[in-house]
Each structure stands twice: as C-alpha cells, then as structure tokens.
Design a protein around this ligand. Sequence first.
Ligand SMILES: Nc1ncnc2c1ncn2[C@@H]1O[C@H](COP(=O)(O)OP(=O)(O)OP(=O)(O)O)[C@@H](O)[C@H]1O
Ligand SMILES: [Mg+2]
Length: 426
Amino acid sequence: MARIQRKGDSILVRGRIFPDDLPRLCAELHRATGRKEDLNIALDFAGCTAVFQSAMLPLIPLIVHYRESHGISFDLTPPQDGELGRLFLNTNWAHHIDPQNHPPNRYPHGQVPALRFHGDGDDGQEAILERVLELILGTLDTSRDMLKAVEWSLGEIMDNVPMHAESPVGGFVQATAYAASNAVEFVVADAGIGIAASMKKEDDVEALREAITEGVTRDKERNAGNGLFGSYQVAALSGGEFEIRSNRGVLQRVAKDSLKTSRPLAPYRGTAVRCKIGLDKSGLLERALRFKGRPHDPPFDFVEREFESDSGDLVLQMSDKASLHFGSRKGGRHIRRVIRNLLRDRAAIILDFDGVGVFTSSFADEVFGRLFVSMGPRAFMTRIRMRNVDPTVEGLIDRAILQRTRLGSHEERGEDPRVVLPDDPR
Ligand SMILES: Nc1ncnc2c1ncn2[C@@H]1O[C@H](COP(=O)(O)OP(=O)(O)OP(=O)(O)O)[C@@H](O)[C@H]1O
Ligand SMILES: [Mg+2]
C-alpha cells in the first residue's frame, strides 16, 4: 500500500500505489480541496516506486473535475525514479493532472495513453476504440473473434459514460497490451453520479451486482441491460479480470477467483471499470456474448471496416496503415504481427502499396524477410499478394527476402549471435 500524507494544500504519495489505495487518495483529495475555490494543490509523487494503471486512471477524471468545475489547479511532481517518471509522461497522467507543464504524449508504444472522450457525437470515442484495437492487432496474438469481443466490451463500457454517468468531464480511457500473458487491459473512468444513483438504488454494492446481471438496466425502453453483463462474461470466460468501483462499492473478479465485493471507507465519486481480457480462448465470443439464451455476433466489426474491400477481400493499404511504421524494425514487427493476425482467419491478404515509394530496409527485413522464411516460399507467395508495387519497393522487398533467406533459420530464431543485421539508422 502507498503512504499518503496531506499537509495543508500538499498531498505526498510514496511507495507503491495499488487500486485499493484509491479510496484514501480520493479522501485526501476531497479534504485538500475542501470547499474553497481557486486553490493550488501540490501532488507530490516523487517518492513513488510503482503504480498500477487501474489505480491512477480513475483519479484523472476527479482531478480534471476539480480543475474545470472548481477552479483548482494541481502542481505535479512526478516520481524521481526515471522509468516511473517517464511512465507518468507517456501515459498522459502528467498531462491530465498538470496540463500547463506537461504536453500530451503523441507517440506512445505498447499502450494507448489516457485519453478523454465526451461521446457527444464527436468521433473521439470511435478513434480511441480503433487505437486500442490497432494496439492489440500489432502487439498481441489474436483471432478476429477475440478482437470482436474486445471491441464490443470496450465499446459498451465507453457508451455507458455519455448514456448514464452525467459526468461533467466526460470519460477517460487507457489501455495496455501484455505480451507475456497475451492479454489486454483497459480502464474506463468518469466523474459522474455512479451506478447506484443511476439505477435509483440505495446500496452501492447491491447496485454493482445487479449491473452485471443480464437484462438489468435503468431504462427498459432504451437499453437492454447487456453491456456490463456481456463485458463481465467476456473477461471472466477469457480467464481475465474485471473490477468496478463506484461510490462506496467495489466489485472484483481477479484471475480465477470468484466474485468479491467490498465497501471502502471513502467514496469514489464516479465510476471506474477495469477489464482485462485474455486473447487465447477460442470460441469465446459465442459463449460469452449470449443474450436471452441466443449468441450475439456483433455486426460490422473493426476488421470489416478497416480491412475488407467491397468485394470481400482482405486489403492492407500500406500507405495508410503502415507508413507510420516504415522507419524502424519495431514498426516492421508491428506490421508483421498485423498480417499474421489477419491471416489467422483468412486464406490470403492483399498488401496494396499504392502511394508508397520507399521504406527502410529494417522494416522490409522484419516484414517480408521474416514472413518469407517463417511461412515458406509457397505459402508466402500464395497467401500474401501485393499490388501497386513500384520498382524501388520491389527491389527493397526482394533484397530483404534474399538477405534473410541467406541467413537461414538459425538467425530466424535469434540463435546466432555472429550475425548482426543493420538496424534502422535513425
Ligand atoms: N458509467 C456509468 N455511470 C453511471 N451508471 C452506469 C454507468 N455504467 C452503467 N451504469 C448503470 O448500470 C446499468 C447497467 O449497465 P449496462 O451497460 O449493463 O446496461 P444498459 O446500459 O442499461 O443497457 P445496454 O448496455 O444493453 O444498452 C445502466 O442501466 C446504468 O444504470
Ligand atoms: Mg450499457
């Protein structure tokens, strides 16, 4: 647990911050802000040694609410620990807490940083959802069905914010891909009225239990009451985790455990939902998304919207989807994984190079060289079709394949330390 100390207008947080520290953090924030306006509060995280995203992200809407509705500003001292300090910047936590001193991070790797959405018809919510799905497709192993299950769950949990929360600051989302466990975790938080108030219930814990029950909704006319039920099922059946905090209620399912509820001493003035989904369960979509006994297959999914042509072919527009990644080996690995994931459910993919004049040889090696060697020449040539390839691009692809084939399979498995390929010069 973290050590949290308040001295007047300063809050000092040291040690490791866990989700269960949230109630005390909220209480100290509440006391520090008091009833006064135009305050300046120092948030000193210098002595922090570790932080969970599910502990920090829920604080963001509260802090933004204090700033925007009560005119209170926050001075952030990020952790002294170099890596943790960078995490505060990369995740956008620093930016949302103290925007005057910290610009937003526009180039994150391996995660989608904390992003704000309002759901008032802007395309922010949709764009965030797509970033999370792109993150999964390029860093984890996933079938199309698993991707659909994530898309549906995150979409439902985000939709609930404009639909029910009455949050003055909208919602915040953050997502992280965990390569070691092939799982994705996202957290959605708002500073709204909370689940019990929305459902017109007295008891927070009881309201949370009901909210994840099939068919329970505050408004039978407009909603089906499936969003939290379905997301909970997806998380639970995937071997993942699920947690909701809303006012004085907490409901948790931590890996393999059954459902637990608790009543923290201090309220969380809003709703935060954390959902961790493992991507390795096949047939999960059909088992998890079952409403009134019938399976629900969400139509027009991300893969269809982004990669299917009118004639039903799978097409990766390289200039649009891959150009961000052309500069580096890391980018090449991302695109290789996108191709492999998309090929899991399909016989072939078309790479369209329209508008592409050049990319780095490290990118070419990671994508074409390695796919050629790992798939074998026949499968590579029948399953990966290329069109609109100009002569320079063709030369780069051929050279990458030839070089990589010469290196043989030892290096492919990373076993030959004598062979060093040139890395990206930038
Ligand atoms: N962020 C939130 N803030 C306040 N209340 C919420 C929030 N999310 C959910 N709720 C409450 O929990 C209830 C259940 O949510 P759930 O998403 O399962 O169903 P629904 O939104 O009512 O229906 P559906 O999702 O099928 O359209 C909602 O009716 C609402 O009262
Ligand atoms: Mg809903």
